[in-house]
Structures are given as structure tokens and as C-alpha cells.
Design a protein around this ligand. Structure first.
Ligand SMILES: NC(=O)c1ccc[n+]([C@@H]2O[C@H](COP(=O)([O-])OP(=O)(O)OC[C@H]3O[C@@H](n4cnc5c(N)ncnc54)[C@H](OP(=O)(O)O)[C@@H]3O)[C@@H](O)[C@H]2O)c1
Length: 161
């Protein structure tokens, strides 16, 4: 099973602000949906609460240390390893780490493929993407301009190791 991560990151490494995404990027949401649909996604409890529901047509593995946490329609896991092993045992071919910051920090050493949206702006925020560069090579890149549905221009990149 491939362990992948998917993230949108500003030029100053910001990924979130006040528990939410600090931008609206319609093209990025479409791309996220196209890439992750049909697969397992692994997310932190705070990211899950921001989204507010399980993402459809994906097995949602929600990480929390709270044994009583309920997430209807999701699989609640008490560790990253438990979620990865559950996805593997279910026959998943590619699982996606979808954040937030706490989950990316722990997972990036295990990730072999990174779907990176570079948000081409400096953005105020309070959570950051960790250092991740070692051993990765960029295999594709495409640009998208800002417009009425996309707050900033973006560059979509895929990196593997
Ligand atoms: N730009 C992007 O692509 C992107 C993507 C995703 C999220 N975000 C942003 O990131 C921010 C949220 O990130 P965050 O770091 O604050 O929170 P988070 O990573 O979404 O959630 C953290 C919580 O997940 C649980 N958790 C994390 N690691 C765990 C582990 N190994 N085992 C068990 N439970 C674990 C814990 O929940 P308990 O406290 O319940 O134990 C922890 O408090 C938001 O602003 C969101 O919008 C941005």
C-alpha cells in the first residue's frame, strides 16, 4: 500500500488558521476530491471537526486519543499506525494522509508520495507544514491562476521517493 499525503501550503508554510483553511481554492478542492475518492483518508480529530462530516466515497480514519470520541460514518483510531494497518488490512492500495499539522508531522517520515498544492502567497496562519524534502523528487507540476473562485494562484506538484 502506498502511503501518500495531500496538502495545500503557502509560501511561508502555513496550512491553517483558527482551525480552518485560510483560503478558498475551488480548483484545489476539486483536485483533492478527484485524487482521494475511492481511497482511505487519514485525518486528525481537529481536521475532522473542521470538515464536520465524513467525506463521501472514502473510508475516513479519524485519529483521536479520546476513547469516547464518536464520528458517525468514520473509523475512529487511537494511533496513526492503527489507521494505516486497518487500511492495509482492508486491501487499500493508496491511503492519503490529509492533515492537519499534527498528523502531517508524525506521518511525513512514512510518506512515499506527496500531492502538494503550493499556494503562491504569504498567508497569516497558526499551523504549519513540517520539513519534508529529504529524498523526494518532483514528477509533475502544473499552474493555476487566481480568479473569482480561487483566492490565490497555485502550483500543483507531485513528489515521490
Ligand atoms: N492546508 C491543508 O491542506 C490542510 C489540510 C488539513 C488541515 N489543515 C488545517 O490544519 C489545522 C488542523 O491541524 P491541527 O494540527 O491543529 O489538528 P489535527 O492534526 O487535524 O488534529 C489533531 C488531533 O488529532 C488527534 N491525533 C493526532 N495525532 C494522533 C495520533 N498519532 N494518535 C491519536 N490521535 C492523534 C488528536 O486528537 P485528540 O485531541 O482528540 O486526542 C489531536 O489533538 C486546521 O486549521 C485545518 O484547516 C490544512
Amino acid at each position: 500500500m502506498l502511503i501518500s499525503a495531500i496538502v495545500a501550503v503557502s509560501e511561508n508554510n502555513v496550512i491553517g488558521r483558527d482551525g480552518h483553511l485560510p483560503w478558498h481554492l475551488s480548483q484545489d478542492l476539486k483536485r483533492f476530491k478527484a485524487i482521494t475518492t475511492g481511497h482511505a483518508i487519514i485525518l486528525g480529530r481537529k481536521n475532522y471537526e473542521d470538515i464536520g462530516r465524513p467525506l463521501p466515497n472514502r473510508v475516513n480514519y479519524v485519529l483521536t486519543r479520546n476513547k469516547d470520541f464518536q464520528a458517525p460514518g468514520c473509523v475512529v483510531c487511537s494511533s496513526l499506525g492503527e489507521a494505516i494497518e486497518a487500511a492495509r488490512a482492508a486491501g487499500e492500495t493508496e491511503c492519503f494522509i490529509i492533515g492537519g499539522a499534527a498528523v502531517y508531522r508524525e506521518a511525513m517520515p512514512l510518506v512515499n508520495k506527496l500531492y502538494l498544492t503550493k499556494v503562491l502567497a504569504h498567508v497569516d496562519g497558526d499551523v504549519y507544514f513540517p520539513e519534508w524534502g529529504a529524498g523526494f523528487q518532483k514528477i509533475s507540476e502544473e499552474s493555476y491562476p487566481s480568479d473569482e473562485k480561487n483566492d490565490f494562484p497555485t502550483a500543483f506538484e507531485v513528489w515521490v521517493r
